[in-house]
Design a protein around this ligand. Structure first.
Ligand code: HEC
Ligand code: HEC
Ligand code: HEC
Ligand code: HEC
Ligand code: HEC
Ligand code: HEC
Ligand code: HEC
Ligand code: HEC
Length: 435
C-alpha cells in the first residue's frame, strides 16, 4: 500500500534513483558491518576453539589413530577430557584379558564394548563403593527386575545395602508385565538399568551420569543430567527444581558459575545456588563428596506411606551442612519441621485412601489383580503421582507442584474414590438377593 501511495505522489522515474541510492548505501553499510564483525569476532572464535584442547592430537596409540578414521567423534570427545590429559588411555577402560566375561576379540586384543564399574574401580574405588551402597545401584535394578534374577552373591550384596531393601509397594511391576518387554526395554529399563549387573558381576552404569567420552564435571553437575530419569508426574524433581529459587538462579546466572572447580573444595563462591548435584553429591560446606545418594536423606519419600530411614539424624546433619553454607540455622530448621508435618499429612491421606476402598476388597467387589479396574488406577495415582509430588514439591521448593499437581489432586482423588466406592457398594446391595 505504501509503495502505491509513493508512486502517486512522485512519478516512477523520479522515485527510481532515490531507491537506488538508498539501496546501494544500505548494501555498502551492511558489507562494512559484516567486515568489522568478522575482524573483531575472528580471534574470539579462535580462543574458544583453543580451550577445547585435544590431548590425543599427537597420539601414536593404534586405538587412537585408527579410531580417528572410523569414529573421530569418540577420539575428539575423549581427547578433551581431563582423564585423557592425565594419560588414561582407551586401553585402560576397554582392554581386558582373553575370556573376560562380555569381551570381544578386536584388532589383535580383547575389548569390552561397554566398560563396567569394575573397570572404573581400578582407579576410583571410593566412588564405586559409595555408588554400590546407594539406591542407584542394585535397588534400582531390583525395583523392576525383582530380586529373583540375582545370583546368590548379588542377592547378598543387595540385602547388605542399609537403605536399599525398603520397597514396600511393587504395584507397578504388574504394569511392566502388562506392557511386556517390547515396551519396557525403552521405558522402565532405560531408567532403572542405572543399577544393572554386568556380565563380570560388577554393578551399575557410571555412564548414566558421566556421559562418554568427555566424563565432564560440568556436565555431571548440571541438573539436565538427572532429568533423563527424575522427571514426569511420579517424580517431577526436574520440574520442581526449575520452579524453585535455586533453579531460577541456575537458569538465569548459571553461566557465570565455576562448573569445573575441583571436587571436594566447592563453596558458595563457585556455586551461589545449588543444583541437584550440590545437595545430593558434592563436597560442599561441611559435607564430603559422595556417590551414595541416600547419605543425606531422612525419609523414604518415594514410598506410598513414608517412613524414616536408618540413621536419618546423621543424614539430616549432612544435608543441612550443605544448606548452612547459604542459609541460617533457624530458616532451615523451620523448613524441616514444616516439611516433616507435611509428609505426615500425606501419609494420613494415603492411609485414608486405603480405608476408603477397603469395603470393596472385603466384599470381593474388586478383584485381587491390580490394574484391571479404573478405580485401582485412581487409587494408585493418588499416592504414586500426587502424594509423592506433594512431598517432593515441599522438600525441594516447588509450590505449584505441592499445590496444583500435588495436594489438589490428592483431595480430588479422595472424593472420587469415596464416590465410586459408594456407587459400587450401592449397586451390589441392589443386586443382592432379598432375605
Ligand atoms: C585398525 C583399526 C582399529 C584399531 C587398531 C582399533 N579399532 Fe576399535 N574399531 C575399529 C572399527 C572400524 C570399529 C567398528 C567395528 C564395527 O562396527 O563392526 C571398532 C570398534 C570398536 C569398539 C566397539 C566394538 C563393538 O562391537 O561395538 C570398541 C570398544 C573399540 N573399537 C575399541 C578399541 C580399542 C580399545 C582399541 C585399541 C586396543 C581399538 N579399538 C583398536 C577399528 C579399530
Ligand atoms: C574412562 C573410560 C573410557 C575410556 C578411557 C574410553 N572409553 Fe570408550 N567407552 C567407555 C564407556 C563407559 C562406553 C559406553 C558403553 C555403554 O554405554 O554401554 C564406551 C563406549 C565405547 C565404544 C562403543 C560405543 C560407541 O559409542 O560406539 C567405542 C567404539 C569406544 N568406547 C571407543 C573408545 C576409544 C577409541 C577410546 C580412546 C580414544 C575410548 N573408548 C576411551 C569408557 C571409556
Ligand atoms: C586407569 C585409571 C582410570 C580408570 C580406569 C578410570 N579413570 Fe576416571 N580418572 C582417572 C584420573 C587419573 C582422573 C583425574 C583426572 C584429573 O582430575 O586430572 C579421573 C577423573 C575422572 C572423573 C572426573 C573428571 C574431571 O574433570 O575431574 C570422572 C567423572 C571419571 N574419572 C569417571 C570415570 C569412569 C566413569 C570410569 C569407568 C568407565 C573411569 N573414570 C575410569 C583415572 C581413571
Ligand atoms: C523416566 C525414568 C523412569 C521410568 C521410565 C520408570 N522409573 Fe521407576 N523410578 C524412577 C525414579 C527416578 C525413581 C525414584 C523416585 C524417587 O525416589 O523419588 C523410581 C522409583 C521406582 C520404584 C520405587 C523404588 C523401589 O526400589 O521400590 C519402583 C518399584 C519403580 N520405580 C518401578 C518402575 C517400573 C515397574 C517401571 C515401568 C513400569 C518404572 N519404574 C519406570 C525412574 C523411572
Ligand atoms: C547419578 C549420577 C552419577 C552416577 C551414576 C555416577 N556419578 Fe560420578 N559424579 C556425579 C556428580 C554429580 C559428580 C560431581 C560431584 C561434585 O560436584 O563434586 C561426580 C563426580 C565424580 C568423580 C570426580 C571425583 C570425585 O571426587 O568424586 C569421579 C571420579 C566419579 N564421579 C566417578 C564415578 C564412577 C566411577 C561412577 C560409577 C561407579 C559414577 N561416578 C557414577 C554423578 C554421578
Ligand atoms: C539413568 C537414570 C537416572 C539418572 C540419570 C539419575 N538417577 Fe537418581 N535415581 C534413579 C532411579 C531409578 C532411582 C530409584 C532407585 C530405587 O529407589 O529403586 C533414583 C534415586 C535417586 C535418589 C534417591 C535415593 C534414595 O536413597 O532413595 C536421589 C537423591 C537421586 N536419585 C538423585 C539423582 C541425581 C542428583 C541425579 C543427577 C546427578 C540422578 N539421580 C540421576 C535413576 C536415575
Ligand atoms: C536445595 C537442595 C536440593 C536440591 C537443589 C535438590 N534436592 Fe532433591 N532433595 C532435597 C531434600 C532436602 C530432600 C528430602 C530429604 C529428606 O528425605 O530428608 C530431597 C529429596 C529428593 C529425592 C527423593 C528421595 C526419596 O526419598 O524418594 C530425590 C529423588 C531427589 N531429591 C532428586 C533431586 C533431583 C533430581 C534434583 C534436581 C533436579 C534435586 N533433587 C534437587 C534437597 C535438594
Ligand atoms: C549455594 C547456596 C545455597 C545453598 C547450598 C542452599 N540454598 Fe536455598 N537458596 C539460595 C538462594 C540464592 C535462594 C534464593 C533467595 C531468594 O529467593 O531471594 C534460596 C532460597 C531458598 C528457599 C526459599 C524458597 C522460597 O520459596 O522463597 C528455601 C526454602 C531454601 N532455599 C531451602 C534450602 C535448603 C533446604 C537447602 C539445603 C538442602 C538450601 N536451600 C541450600 C541459596 C542456597
Amino acid at each position: 500500500m505504501e509503495n502505491s501511495r509513493a508512486s502517486e505522489e512522485h512519478p516512477p522515474r523520479k522515485a527510481w534513483p532515490v531507491t537506488l541510492i538508498f539501496g546501494v548505501a544500505a548494501v555498502a553499510i551492511l558489507a562494512g558491518i559484516i567486515f568489522i564483525f568478522r575482524l573483531t569476532s575472528a580471534p574470539a572464535i579462535e580462543t574458544t576453539a583453543k580451550t577445547r584442547h585435544n590431548a590425543l592430537a599427537d597420539s601414536s596409540d593404534s586405538c587412537v589413530t585408527c579410531h580417528e578414521k572410523s569414529s573421530p567423534g569418540i577420539v575428539v570427545q575423549y581427547g578433551s577430557s581431563s582423564m585423557a590429559a592425565a594419560r588414561v588411555t582407551c586401553r585402560d577402560c576397554h582392554e581386558v584379558k582373553e575370556g573376560y566375561p562380555g569381551s570381544v576379540e578386536h584388532e589383535g586384543t580383547h575389548v569390552l564394548n561397554s566398560p563396567t564399574t569394575a573397570t572404573c574401580e581400578k582407579c576410583h574405588q571410593s566412588q564405586v563403593a559409595q555408588y554400590n551402597q546407594s539406591r542407584h545401584s542394585l535397588p534400582a535394578y531390583v525395583a523392576v527386575a525383582g530380586s529373583q534374577s540375582l545370583s546368590p552373591e548379588l542377592l547378598a550384596a543387595y540385602q547388605a545395602i542399609p537403605e536399599g531393601t525398603f520397597a514396600p509397594d511393587k504395584a507397578r511391576n504388574i504394569l511392566a508385565e502388562m506392557e511386556g518387554p517390547e515396551i519396557t526395554r525403552f521405558a522402565c529399563e532405560s531408567c532403572h538399568n542405572i543399577g544393572r549387573p554386568a556380565a563380570d558381576g560388577s554393578v551399575g552404569r557410571c555412564q548414566s551420569c558421566h556421559i562418554r567420552h568427555e566424563f565432564s564435571l560440568e556436565q555431571a553437575r548440571k541438573p539436565e543430567t538427572c532429568n533423563f530419569c527424575h522427571i514426569g508426574p511420579d517424580h517431577p524433581q526436574w520440574e520442581i527444581y526449575h520452579e524453585s529459587p535455586h533453579g531460577i538462579a541456575y537458569s538465569t546466572l548459571g553461566h557465570t558459575w565455576n562448573w569445573e572447580a575441583d571436587t571436594g573444595t566447592l563453596t558458595s563462591e563457585d556455586f551461589p545456588a545449588p543444583t541437584c548435584a550440590t545437595c545430593h553429591f558434592s563436597g560442599f560446606g561441611g559435607a564430603a563428596t559422595t556417590h551414595d545418594t541416600g547419605d543425606r536423606l531422612t525419609w523414604y519419600l518415594f514410598s506410598s506411606v513414608s517412613e524414616r530411614r536408618p540413621a536419618w539424624q546423621d543424614n539430616k546433619a549432612r544435608m543441612q551442612s550443605v544448606c548452612f553454607e547459604c542459609h541460617n540455622q533457624n530458616f532451615i530448621d523451620n523448613l524441616y519441621t514444616d516439611a516433616d508435618v507435611l509428609t505426615e499429612k500425606v501419609n494420613m491421606w494415603v492411609r485414608e485412601s486405603d480405608e476408603v476402598i477397603q469395603p470393596l476388597k472385603d466384599q470381593g467387589l474388586i478383584t485381587e489383580t491390580q490394574f484391571d479396574e479404573p478405580l485401582e488406577y485412581e487409587h494408585y495415582e493418588l499416592w504414586h503421582h500426587w502424594g509423592r509430588t506433594t512431598k517432593f514439591g515441599a522438600w525441594m521448593q516447588g509450590p505449584d507442584y505441592t499445590q496444583w499437581h500435588g495436594a489438589y489432586e490428592v483431595v480430588k482423588g479422595l472424593a472420587t474414590l469415596r464416590y465410586d466406592t459408594a456407587e459400587l457398594l450401592h449397586a451390589a446391595a441392589q443386586l443382592a438377593p432379598a432375605e
